[in-house]
Design a protein around this ligand. Structure first.
Ligand code: NIG
Ligand code: FE
Length: 412
């Protein structure tokens, strides 16, 4: 593959010569950066450094005077495969209905499931690919995508096949999560045990056999799956080699965090309604707390207490949760602004949470999340701006000028 040299970079952020560790507590404040820098790459990062040691030539040379370079974002929680948008629920909420009331009345996830069941592979794939390109153009380079709008054997498998196709044919790094336990489908409303049996005894063995998922997830919350059901489903998933990730404590202090930790979940996500007990439990675990500030903004619910978590020594990841119901946005730069304004994170902390820590939250840390020789050349070049603080401060403006994934230019 041809080599590309970006030179005269005003400031290069998030680099490291050696594999970068997960950032916790105070470490989240320290972002490696070098002024007047270069980066050289083919499919992978080859080298970086200050201009005084810049290589003389490359197949493509780009002058980045007054511009910044970041590693591409790692968005560890999304649902970008879906059939239709749900703006009518947005208006219902503006008129006073709650997310839970809409869900109980057959809207929400069940509405998405109904529409998805009427869809075919081609439509689902082309709309998901469109969303993937959309987020890549805003700088996302690694993404986790969940099923969970099928809620039947055929439709869950269909969603996972769409994700597998994206995984095989995109330059983005894609992780796939089986979320059959996203909601009890309408037809099993009075027989939830039978749906849980279908998830664990019919869907799981097939999905594991066809290698359609990397992780298993459950929506452990009031009105969805209980702690006991979640524990059972996660354990079944692990029997089939799927590590847990979990939706926890969005709608209530549901016990989801503790059950995720006891099942050694990679991450527990949402966390809008956690307290001291959950923070203590997370401190004694390797499970990564992942917050989704765009959900809090969009549903007008509390923000996860990320400031408190970091001040308690925890490392956090931030992810978009891009989905039609609670977050119709995969915009990571906007999410970073939200995290700074609403959760009182510092720009450096928000940056770590969507780069290296996001990579750890989907086990992509060996290939993504920092500018490190040997990792994928997943690179963001900004327009002419003073620095990372400004990038987040000037919210709502697109400062991402170019994006390379695996060394190939995605956006210019
Ligand atoms: O992460 N909370 C559960 N699932 C999604 C939203 C699902 C929906 O409303 O479509 C979430 O917010
Ligand atoms: Fe989600």
């Amino acid at each position: 593959m041809p080599t590309t040299l970006i030179k005269n970079i005003k400031r290069l952020y998030g680099h490291s010569d050696i594999p970068m560790s997960f950032k916790k507590g105070e470490q989240m404040k320290d972002v490696n950066s070098t002024g007047d820098a270069y980066v050289l790459f083919d499919r992978q990062i080859l080298s970086f450094g200050s201009m005084s040691s810049c290589p003389e030539s490359a197949d493509h040379v780009i002058d980045a005077t007054n511009k910044l370079v970041f590693p591409a974002w790692c968005d560890s929680h999304t649902h970008i495969v879906f059939a239709t948008s749900r703006e009518q629920e947005f208006v219902m909420r503006l008129n006073g209905k709650t997310y839970e009331e809409i869900a109980k009345a057959g809207g929400g996830i069940l509405q998405s499931a109904q529409k998805l069941r009427e869809s075919h592979f081609e439509d689902l794939h082309s709309s998901a690919l469109h969303r993937l390109h959309e987020v890549i153009s805003m700088g996302t380079g690694a993404i986790e995508i969940k099923s969970g709008y099928g809620l039947s054997f055929e439709s869950e498998v269909l969603m996972l096949e769409v994700i597998k196709h994206l995984k095989l044919h995109s330059d983005a790094s894609v992780k796939s999560t089986f979320l059959g336990a996203h909601a009890i489908p309408a037809e099993y409303k009075d027989n939830r045990q039978e749906y849980i049996r279908i998830v664990t005894e019919d869907m799981l063995p097939y999905i594991a056999d066809k290698q359609l998922a990397d992780y298993i997830d459950v929506f452990c919350d009031e009105g969805f799956f209980t702690v006991k059901e979640t524990d059972y489903i996660l354990k079944k998933g692990q029997e089939y080699g799927l590590k847990p990730k979990i939706h926890a404590n969005e709608l209530a202090n549901s016990g989801g965090v503790q059950i995720g930790i006891s099942n050694k979940a990679i991450s527990v996500d949402h966390l809008e309604r956690i307290g001291e007990k959950e923070i203590e439990a997370l401190k004694n675990s390797s499970t990564i707390p992942t917050a989704l500030p765009n959900v809090s903004f969009f549903l007008d619910i509390p923000y996860a207490p990320c400031r408190q978590m970091i001040d308690n020594g925890l490392g956090i990841a931030l992810a978009s949760d891009y989905n039609p119901g609670s977050t119709p946005s995969g915009n990571i730069p906007l999410l970073m602004a939200m995290a700074c304004h609403q959760m009182k994170l510092l720009p450096n902390e928000a940056f770590q949470a969507v780069t290296i820590n996001g990579a750890y939250a989907m086990e992509e840390n060996e290939k993504c999340g920092s500018i490190t020789p040997g990792k994928w050349a997943n690179i963001i070049l900004t327009d002419e701006i003073p620095g990372l603080d400004y990038f987040i401060y000037h919210f709502g403006q697109n400062h991402v000028e170019s994006v390379w994934l695996k060394g190939s230019l995605q956006k210019n």
